[in-house]
Each structure stands twice: as structure tokens, then as C-alpha cells.
Design a protein around this ligand. Structure first.
Ligand code: NAD
Length: 335
């Protein structure tokens, strides 16, 4: 089938071209981010492949449907950036890649956690300037500390297990589904309020939904353990960044590592090194010595890219053959 692939980078081209040897689809690689304006580029393409910051609201979907698109294949796990009700009303099916490499994201999360605590990002910059002084690089370590994992699905469960069994943390977790294996490994499920109040390190692994939007805001930060460290590799809008800046200024938050940011659509995945960044909150975040930000790269490993491309193209093949779509994202029930 013909697939218009938006927001493509060199690594997407490589992984999709390589995986497509097994499928033989026609893929058009497009650099622009998908929105209501760029959606016209997909006219005549029955399948559109989109990524995390593509903007699939009702107006974008209407343009796509008008141009003949019948399937949106999200090459990511999250589906917070698509209006599923509008897609269903327009007869556009939606698939995603529910699991490609939870290891990629969980390992990156642990990497951020250790880098933030042991100030590896600061040490790296110092050593490049021949500054080998250690003042200001004192860490707390992970062993024996209380880690709180919000969402123990595929990624959160791996993080919880690594923290508990690998690093000897006391691990608290919150999720509506209790993972018996984690409980057997010593993870304790508690309400989110208790997790926030008791955890030295809070790491977010739940999806972005209306319920979890700004889960970390001024009120929850105020209730949290003073000096706690916050890690977010899930979705930016789980966190109110203004409140985080305030929390960092008072010391209520002891450190923050983010791979995602609520307004990342204007920033991430592009080289803006010659631009003046207009987002004052983001720029303020970068001024704190105890903040570490990466540009939504937790997924970026070879195995993950291969799995993303393979699963996406195999969903397209199933769609072309009229087979059931195993990775279909259903429309929410009508309100
Ligand atoms: P998953 O669906 O396997 O797990 C999500 C878990 O969150 C589930 O167990 C669910 O019950 C739980 N949950 C839902 N609402 C909750 C709430 N209010 N409080 C606590 N828990 C709640 O998803 P996953 O594969 O583990 O991915 C988690 C998130 O990671 C995704 O939603 C996606 O946004 C993000 N992600 C980020 C990257 C990246 O590159 N940074 C890559 C992949 C996924």
C-alpha cells in the first residue's frame, strides 16, 4: 500500500526502508510535521504514518479523510495526539505500536535517574573544561532510597524491577492494575498521594489522559517529600512545567530529569541551535544545575526502531488484506 510517512528523520527512513524489504509497500517519506495544513500532502495516500508530535485533531483528520486516507498508523505507543472520536466518525482506522522496546525507555529512565543524582551531566561539562574539582557533584545514590513508580505497565514494571532488584531501592508503585510479579519482588502498591509523600524519587510511566494531565502540579509538588527528584520519560503534559520551576526555586524539588515536555512540539526533534527559543519556561528549566533535559530520545535504540517499523508495516499489510487489526486503537465510547 502507499504510505505517507510524516515527520521523518534519517533514522526513520533507514529503519522503515530496511523493514519494508519484507512487506513491499510504497513509502513516501515527508519531513513536515502533520497538521491541518500539511495534511494536504497526503492526498491520494490511503495510509498515513505519524509520530508523537504530529497533530491529528479533527481538522487534520478531515483533510486526510477528504484526500482518501483510510488508515492512520501511529509509529509510537501513546495515542494522546489523535482525536479518536473524529477518526471513527470519518471512517479512518487507527493503529499504533503498543510495545516496541520497553527496555529502551526503562534503561534510559534509569540512566537519567543516575545521571541526575550523580550529576554526570555536570561532570562531563566540567571535565571538558579541564575542571576536575568535585565540589557540587555530591550524590545521594539509589541504594536504600524510596522510589515511586507511577504506572507499572510495560515500561514502569521494568523500571520498578530494576530499582528494586538491581539497585536495592524501596519501591512504591501506583496503578489501577496491580502486577502480582512486582508485589512478589517486594514492590508495594500505595495510593498516588502516599507515593508522592514518601518517595525520594518519583518516575512517571502512566499514559497521558484527561485524568493524568498535570498529575504533577503545584498541589502535588507541595504534598511531596521535600527535595524529591522527578523523572518523566512518559508524556510532557503529565507535568505542569511552571509549577516545576517554582518547586525547583524553593528547593521543594531537588532535581528534575525530563525526556518529554508539554510544549515539546515546538522544540524537539529539530536542530534549533541557531534560533532564539521563545519558550521562557523551557529556557528557565535549562538554567537550573539540577535539571537534565533530553529531547524525547528514550525510545531511540536500534531494536526499538526496527520493532516500530516492522509492527507498523505489518499493521498496514493486515489493513490491505482486510484482516483484523491487532494493534487497532478503538474509539472511546460516546459520552
Ligand atoms: P502501558 O500501557 O504498558 O502502561 C501504562 C500503565 O499506566 C498501565 O499499567 C496503566 O494501568 C497505568 N495507568 C493508567 N492510568 C494511570 C494512572 N492514572 N495512575 C497510575 N497508573 C496509570 O504503557 P508503556 O508501554 O509502559 O508506556 C508508558 C508511557 O510511556 C506511554 O503512555 C508513553 O506515553 C510513554 N513512552 C515514552 C517514550 C519515550 O521515548 N520517551 C517511548 C515509549 C512510550
Amino acid at each position: 500500500m502507499r504510505i505517507a510517512c510524516f515527520s521523518t528523520k534519517a533514522y526513520d527512513r533507514l529503519s522503515f526502508t530496511d523493514a519494508n524489504r519484507d512487506f513491499g509497500h510504497e513509502i513516501g517519506f515527508l519531513e513536515p510535521r502533520l497538521d491541518a495544513v500539511t495534511a494536504t500532502l497526503a492526498a491520494g495516500w490511503p495510509v498515513v504514518c505519524a509520530f508523537v508530535n504530529d497533530h491529528l485533531d479533527a481538522s487534520t483528520l478531515a483533510v486526510l479523510a477528504e484526500g482518501g486516507t483510510r488508515l492512520v498508523a501511529l509509529r509510537c505507543a501513546g495515542f494522546n495526539n489523535i482525536d479518536l472520536s473524529a477518526a471513527a466518525a470519518l471512517g479512518v482506522a487507527v493503529v499504533r505500536v503498543p510495545a516496541y522496546s520497553p527496555h529502551a525507555v526503562s534503561e534510559f529512565t534509569i540512566g537519567l535517574m543516575i545521571s541526575l543524582d550523580r550529576k554526570i551531566h555536570r561532570a562531563w561539562a566540567r571535565v571538558r573544561e579541564n575542571n576536575f574539582a568535585l565540589d557540587g557533584l555530591l550524590g545521594l545514590g539509589l541504594h536504600g532510597r524510596v522510589a515511586g513508580v507511577v504506572g507499572t505497565g510495560r515500561i514502569g514494571a521494568l523500571v520498578a524491577r530494576a530499582l528494586r532488584q538491581g539497585f536495592g531501592c524501596e519501591v512504591l508503585a501506583t496503578d489501577r492494575v496491580v502486577d502480582a510479579g512486582l508485589v512478589a519482588a517486594g514492590v508495594r502498591y500505595v495510593p498516588v498521594e502516599q507515593l508522592l509523600a514518601e518517595a525520594d524519587i518519583v518516575t512517571l510511566h502512566c499514559p497521558l489522559t484527561p485524568e493524568t494531565h498535570h498529575l504533577v502540579d503545584a498541589a502535588s509538588i507541595a504534598r511531596a517529600r521535600p527535595g524529591f527528584q522527578l523523572i518523566n520519560t512518559s508524556r510532557g503534559a503529565l507535568v505542569d512545567a511552571d509549577a516545576v520551576v517554582d518547586g525547583l526555586k524553593t528547593g521543594q524539588i531537588g532535581g528534575v530529569a525530563l525526556d518529554v515536555y508539554e510544549q515539546e512540539g515546538d522544540l524537539f526533534f529539530e536542530d534549533l541551535s541557531n534560533e532564539i527559543i521563545q519558550d521562557d519556561v523551557f529556557q528557565r528549566l535549562l538554567t537550573f544545575p539540577n535539571v537534565l533535559v533530553t529531547g524525547h530520545q528514550a525510545f531511540l535504540t536500534h531494536p526499538a526502531l526496527h520493532a516500530i517499523a516492522h509492527t507498523t508495516l505489518s499493521s498496514v499489510s493486515a489493513f490491505a488484506a482486510g484482516l483484523p487489526l491487532a494493534n487497532r486503537v478503538p474509539a472511546p465510547p460516546a459520552a
